[in-house]
Design a protein around this ligand. Structure first.
Ligand SMILES: [Zn+2]
Length: 236
């Protein structure tokens, strides 16, 4: 009888001990979850800005926001010489293909991704041209900046911008331009440097330069009648 009681007590103690271990494990498991959860909550707090600013498609590159020198992007080939961000190339190619399907035959990609060092070469070349014309370095750089972005501050360095056709103002009068104005947003592209937004973008109007931002963003930007700078501010 006494032996039985001792066994019952020992078994009970063991059961309680094991039960405690299980509960503890479960608690630490729950605790971990809580950490993750609150972490998610912190992220969720500024939900809109965070999600959107984390959106690679609307990375802002302009006179105030340069890419780091070590910026890397995975590229895919448009053709043998031109490249674009791998994540968006299908939309670019489909857009051009669909334009052609709609009878817009005069559309082609003139320039897309440029490495920062290539951009530097373009910049220096233009500065030197102005220097040769007798401008001071300061004047030459200022003049160059009207048409060429500082290396690292061009959207072409990002791999999400594309220049069409001859990169001149005649593009505005083409069927291609008209088609892009009506359809580009469906493929995630916006006219990046609008005439009426020059004071914000600090870049002269460029009908040939289109920027990939993803179709939801593109539609929203057009609907709000904003440029990318305004849109980012708006959603932040
Ligand atoms: Zn461009």
């Amino acid at each position: 009888m006494k032996k039985k009681l001792v066994i019952i007590i020992i078994v009970s103690i063991l059961v309680i001990y094991i039960f405690q271990i299980i509960v503890k494990k479960d608690e630490s498991f729950t605790a971990n979850w809580n950490i993750n959860d609150s972490d998610m909550e912190v992220k969720g707090m500024n939900n809109v800005s965070r999600n959107v600013i984390d959106d690679w498609r609307i990375t802002l590159v302009n006179y105030e926001n340069s890419l780091p020198d070590n910026f890397k992007v995975e590229l895919a080939n448009i053709d043998s010489t031109r490249q674009f961000d791998k994540r968006a190339i299908n939309e670019l190619l489909t857009m051009v293909k669909d334009a052609k399907k709609d009878g817009v035959l005069d559309i082609w990609v003139q320039s897309a991704y440029r490495s920062i060092s290539y951009q530097q070469g373009l910049f220096d070349e233009k500065v030197n041209k102005y220097l040769a014309l007798g401008k001071t370095r300061e004047e030459a750089e200022k003049l160059t900046l009207q048409t060429i972005n500082k290396p690292g501050s061009s959207e072409h360095n990002l791999g999400l911008a594309v220049d069409f056709n001859y990169v001149n103002y005649d593009f505005e009068k083409t069927k291609a331009f008209k088609w892009l104005q009506e359809n580009a947003e469906n493929y995630g592209f916006i006219l990046r440097y609008r005439k009426d937004k020059e004071s914000i973008t600090k870049v002269a109007y460029e009908p040939w330069h289109w920027r990939y931002v993803g179709s939801e963003n593109a539609k929203k930007i057009n609907e709000l009648d904003m440029c990318l700078e305004e849109y980012i501010k708006y959603i932040s």
